[in-house]
Design a protein around this ligand. Sequence first.
Ligand code: SF4
Length: 208
Amino acid sequence: MTENMKKRNEQLAKTVIKGLESRNMTGYYAKDKEDALKQALELIPEGSTIAMGGCMSATDIGLIDSLKEGDYNYIDRSKQDARAGLMAAYDADIFLSSANAITDDGILVNIDGNSNRVSCIAQGPRKVIFIVGINKVCPDLDSAMKRARNVAAPANAQRFDIKTPCKTTGKCFDCKSPDTICCQFLITRYSRHTDRIHVILVNDEIGY
Ligand code: SF4
């Protein structure tokens, strides 16, 4: 990424952070992945119980490894009964997520198949921390929805053994396939609960 593009992204992040503040959510600017990791760990007190909703970005910045190695109670769903893991996530101190898209005035867009991720964002965990690459910022809600459906979801579909039109075409066909990963759409436009939603904007291309 060129220096000029980095500077432009930093200004864009400031715009998004202002938008988040107007929605009773808190935004942070991270200049790179290392900075994002430092910022995330500052928001997570030692001893916290932490759940994650399929957040590739948290893995990408090294946060999951740090939590597993540190003095935290990280809920690793792969190591426990699926329903027990889901239920524990609702009562976690911290929930980690990425966003499928965010508007430049701070509206978060997320799509989910199982719906555990969007339901935990909406309520349950005491604090939600989003790790969001600057590549996910869109100029308005319409383009954010289009990004979520035509970029994030088709890329996500590649991770799973499923049959959906987007997996073989790279774009959304608004399918009703039994395998669809687009059962629920969550638009987070305001947080009634102060200090619950925190968004770390990373000046790098992370996640999808
Ligand atoms: S084709 Fe189906 S699974 Fe794929 S993005 Fe569209 S609605 Fe979601």
